[in-house]
Design a binder for this molecule. Structure first.
Ligand SMILES: [Zn+2]
Length: 688
């Protein structure tokens, strides 16, 4: 079992490699003429030591491994390849905002957040795949910024001096330094931070930067851990002082209702008021990391708990069954017809990854997986050439309509190149690559007084090479999780070494078992990190078994959602894809209309869903989140509710449960959320 190249996996990857070659050949662009040089850049294979939090920082519970330590395998490799062969690998060829005239490449085009957004996501993807062509493109963005600082230390295009896009560029450059060892990065960041320290008192953070300051603190901490310059701690404190106080807001959360454009006074030009920005979805998604990140500087245990609290409050008042909170584009309540912006999905994922590392709280890992396996792939087409701005948990039509968005435009749930607004077009690329780079972490905080260990923070097929207590340790993770509940780890240190192996046991997995070399370990508690302490030797085998029981969760108007492991299931609705226009290459804008009914109430006992739902497992195929590839579906029964009809493209109001159906019961198929682009996820329940 050491050799992962199963017949299925080999065939799948060969197919995708073939696909990738064909696409690349048909779209060769002069802009990539220099890409052959990049073939010489490669990921460092020797594991590097983790750079830990330096005193007086309050150390995190876990540390991210140096980028390059984790390599995708199996379905995760397929998924990243689909992304690279999709829009991520070609965006600059058809969308000028990140093309050769980008202000972040020295041109006169878009010079604000879009260049840094794109760089921040395609960069880690390029290295996860060892994709020389994408690496060359990433290097163009890095080189221009590194080679063109302003004389005063400022970075970026000269046409604006907004702090916000630089916050994104800094976190991308930190990744670039880890991946390439580029010696220009740390001095450039240091000069910029000194400039900002001197300038902020007279030109303080404003609008987006004011609400997203916590993302810069991440980079300031990264830099402090490398240089030890004390002024960086003062800069972090100044950013916090000028930035929006997310921790205080959520200590007594005031925004418990769907907000409206009128209440926000958007028509009166209040789009950048503190009220509008505090209720803005992406800002809240980024804000989730604040407590955890700030606790590194403040050393406050209350701050450290604040990330989990913020997530709980957002879920309580705006939570949706796909793991998101509503934001279309401001907080919009719990109706499953409300939308969630794609930027918010990937930014909330990034916040959860960072907060999980600092706090070691397993519930944040559960939520991270829920977003990665449902909301993220659910809002992208199978080939990742098109995305939505807003996705809905109950999404019965993707068409030009105004309802039910709080403030967004009629294009918001079309699949396309830049529906509604282009931020998501530039920003979504970070979702999968950063998830892949968060699968394994190093534990080593002071409360882990036994010293360093390796931790499986989230699960997907991969391999990791890390330096643990001075010894290189290689782990191969074989799994078809989240479609199956088995995870097999083969642990191979260079020489025998003692360390604790941490394994996240999801909250939904009571009864999980762990075996080491066939020997059953103590039963781990659900919603915890199990810890196996032993001297590891080459070829040691760990087998995790998560019981994939069906369960239900309760939502708006007492609707239920069906869940199994980290996957949420949705009614399969027939889809008619109508192309609105071509955008170049394989990019197009689409409307999607239902070809059959969707207004079903489910015949299910929420306490015993297994009594009426039948799970069928099929092989996990190419395109793990597409209808042919999903590997699991559920047979259910339900009855139509005639009064429940779409109004202006939205399936609301959602009827209160339980209710009766006038129609005979029918057999229904439920698919993993991501595969059903038209769907019902929050079902009314039939009276028993
Ligand atoms: Zn966006």
């Amino acid at each position: 079992m050491r050799n992962h190249s199963s017949a299925l996996g080999f065939t799948r990857r060969s197919f995708l490699r073939g696909l990738g070659t064909a696409v690349a050949a048909s779209t060769t662009s002069h802009w990539f003429a220099g890409s052959a040089q990049a073939a010489t850049m490669s990921v460092p294979r020797r594991p590097q030591a983790v750079v830990k939090d330096r005193a007086p920082l309050f150390a995190g519970n876990m540390y991210f491994l140096p980028l390059g330590s984790i390599r995708p395998r199996g379905w995760l490799l397929d998924q990243l390849r689909i992304q690279a062969d999709g829009l991520t690998g070609h965006l600059g060829e058809i969308w000028p905002d990140v093309g050769p005239n980008s202000g972040w490449l020295g041109g006169t085009g878009e010079s604000w957040e879009r260049g840094p957004y794109y760089f921040d996501g395609m960069l880690p993807l390029a290295w996860l795949l060892d994709d020389a062509r994408l690496q060359a493109r990433a290097k163009q963005f890095a080189d221009w910024t590194l080679d063109h600082p302003w004389p005063n230390g400022m970075i970026g295009p000269r046409s604006n001096d907004d702090w916000w896009p630089r916050i994104v560029m800094l976190k991308a450059l930190a990744q670039y330094q880890e991946l390439t060892g580029d010696q220009r990065v740390v001095p450039l960041m240091d000069r910029y931070c000194r400039y900002q320290m001197a300038t902020l008192p007279t030109r303080p953070l404003r609008d987006w930067g004011k609400f997203r300051w916590q993302d810069e603190v991440l980079t300031v901490v990264w830099l402090y851990n490398r240089t030890g310059s004390p002024y960086l701690l003062d800069l972090a404190k100044l950013l916090q002082l000028q930035g929006y106080n997310w921790i205080a807001e959520f200590a007594d959360f005031p925004y418990k209702q769907k907000v409206t454009a009128a209440w926000l006074k958007l028509a009166e030009g209040q789009g950048l008021s503190d009220l509008a920005l505090a209720t803005h979805g992406v800002n809240n998604g980024q804000g989730v990391k604040t407590g955890a990140v700030w606790s590194l500087v403040s050393a406050s245990a209350d701050d450290r708990r604040a990330s989990e609290h913020m997530l709980a409050e957002l879920t309580k008042y705006h939570g949706l069954p796909n793991g998101m909170f509503s934001c279309d584009e401001h907080l919009a309540g719990r109706d499953p017809s409300q939308g969630s912006e794609l930027c918010t999905v990937v930014e909330t994922m990034f916040s959860l990854e960072r907060a999980l590392a600092v706090t070691g709280s397993p519930v944040l890992g559960d939520r991270l997986e829920k977003l990665a396996f449902n909301a993220l792939p659910g809002t992208l087409t199978d080939d990742m050439w098109a995305h939505q701005y807003n996705q809905e948990s109950n999404q019965v039509e993707c068409s030009l309509h105004r309802k039910p968005w709080v403030t967004d435009g009629p294009e918001s749930n079309l699949f396309g190149l830049a529906p509604n607004f282009g931020c998501c077009t530039a920003n979504y690329h970070q979702g999968w690559p950063k998830f892949a780079n968060s699968l394994w972490m190093l534990s080593g905080a002071p409360d882990h007084d036994h010293g360093d260990g390796l931790v499986a923070a989230a699960y997907a097929p991969c391999e990791v090479t890390a330096l643990v207590r001075g010894t290189a340790v290689h782990v191969i993770e074989e799994t078809e999780y989240p479609f199956r509940g088995t995870v097999a780890l083969t642990v191979s240190p260079d020489k025998a070494v003692f360390f604790p192996l941490g394994l996240r046991i999801p909250d939904w997995a009571p009864g999980a078992t762990i075996r080491v070399n066939g020997e059953r370990q103590a039963d781990p508690a659900a919603g915890s990190f199990a810890r196996i302490e032993r001297t590891w030797e080459a070829g040691d085998r760990v087998e995790l078994e998560f019981p994939m029981r069906l369960r239900t969760s309760r939502w708006f108007h007492d609707a239920v959602a069906v869940e199994r492991g980290p996957l949420v299931f949705s009614l399969e609705v027939g889809e008619d894809w109508e192309k609105l226009k071509n955008n170049g290459l394989r990019s197009a804008d689409w409307q999607v209309f239902p070809t059959g009914p969707w207004n079903y109430a489910l015949a299910v006992d929420p306490a015993h869903p297994e009594a009426s739902l039948l799970v069928t497992e099929t092989p996990v195929g190419a395109g793990p989140f597409t209808k042919p590839g999903i590997g699991v579906r559920i047979e259910a029964r339900g009855g139509q509710v005639n009064a429940w009809r779409a109004e202006d493209g939205a399936a609301n109001p959602l009827p209160e449960s339980p209710l009766a159906s006038e129609e005979p019961e029918e057999r229904l198929t439920l698919l993993p959320y991501a595969a059903a682009k038209l769907r019902i996820t929050a079902f009314p329940v039939l009276k028993s």
